[in-house]
Design a protein. Structure first.
Length: 319
DNA sequence: AAGTCGCCCAACCGCGAATCG
DNA sequence: GCGATTCGCGGTTGGGCGACT
């Protein structure tokens, strides 16, 4: 079965010859790629436009970076994948000279296995329960990640209208192998954690522009777990345009006194935080098993690491 | 040396979105 | 507004190649 776009044509398939490459390079260099569907004919190629486009984008474009991925690139891929999931094209935009196909292949052939070897689910970046772990002998690594439980850290909103949705965020406590913010690919954006808001429709929560790093310096790692990311259009539904002081309340109440990287164990299986002071919308109930402050760091800001309020948009729309 | 296996990656496939007429 | 076409993306496939037996 050929491409629909070229099913009527007789087109060559398979690997490109150097001659074909040369033809395509010469044509695109001279004329640009106005309309891919006409390029094969005009360039004298027995290929479909789609194939030409792919060949150009993935292999012939002059600014492509060749060679293996650096550690920095590796970190960026993991970080952005944690936030965006399998949005290879968007991930690739954070790696100049790399293509989505290249990133995807690198992920599937290399990074995926690396994460699995670390006991992490490559899709969710969550810890794989020991029984499911492919290696089965990484208990040391796991303990280093102080992962005492894989129970998702969940926030459910008490807002009445929001109750109906009963949307919850599964938060990933197991991201400690992830790089510190200083190595994060978007150093300009760290968590705007002071203002976030539960919303009563599609939006899960939002953050508003306000730096929060002074008093909550450990809030430098974040995650969207698969559950949240896999919610239909979660990222699209996440709006970042309203304000609320809930996190400020959080800072000042339960954990605010223990900021930093201190390993504060919070044992209760349910902690209830009243955000009403901030927004008069009632308490936020957090069901959890055991979590740590650092995990909290990872989890409360599920749309990534952002320093200013527009950063979510920045990340998402930079992509 | 020959056969098998597993990995990597270029290319293909199919779908949804965007654009065009 | 609608169907056709084109584009762009993510998932999948399969050929090439090195490692291993």
């Amino acid at each position: 079965m050929g491409h629909r776009c070229c099913s009527k044509q007789k087109v060559k398939r398979g690997l490109w010859s150097p001659e074909e490459d040369e033809k395509l390079i010469q044509y695109v260099t001279a004329h640009g790629h106005g309309c891919w569907s006409t390029i094969p004919k005009e360039a004298g190629l027995q290929r479909c436009g789609k194939s030409c486009r792919l060949r150009w984008i993935n292999y012939l474009k002059p600014d492509l970076k060749k060679g293996s991925f650096s550690e920095e690139e590796e970190r960026i891929i993991i970080d952005v994948h944690r936030i965006l999931g399998n949005r290879w094209a968007q991930i690739a935009k954070h790696l100049p000279g790399r293509t989505d196909n290249e990133v995807k292949n690198f992920w599937n052939s290399c990074l995926k296995k690396k994460l699995i070897a670390q006991g992490l689910d490559p899709m969710t970046h969550n810890l794989i329960p020991a029984s499911r772990s492919s290696t089965g002998n990484n208990s040391d690594e796991l303990s280093q990640l102080h992962c005492t439980s894989t129970t998702p850290f969940t926030i459910t909103s008490p807002i009445k209208s929001f109750d109906k949705m009963k949307k919850s965020i599964d938060l990933n406590p197991h991201l400690l192998s992830l790089p510190h913010a200083s190595t994060f690919p978007f150093p300009e954006i760290l968590p705007p954690v002071s203002n976030f808001q539960f919303k009563d429709s599609h939006e899960l929560m939002s953050f508003k522009d306000q730096n929060f790093t002074d008093g909550f310096a450990s809030l430098d790692q974040t995650n969207i777990s698969s559950t949240s990311l896999n919610q239909p259009s979660f990222m699209d539904d996440c709006m970042w345009d309203r304000t609320m002081e809930a996190l400020e309340a959080l800072k000042q109440s339960e954990v605010g006194h223990a900021v930093g990287k201190d390993q504060m164990q919070v044992q209760p299986t349910m902690c209830e935080m009243d955000f009403s002071e901030a927004n008069e919308k009632g308490p936020v109930i957090m069901e959890t098993s055991t979590f740590e402050l650092e995990m909290l760091d990872n989890t409360l800001f599920p749309c990534g690491e952002f320093r200013n309020g527009s950063s979510m948009e920045q990340l998402q729309w930079d992509c």
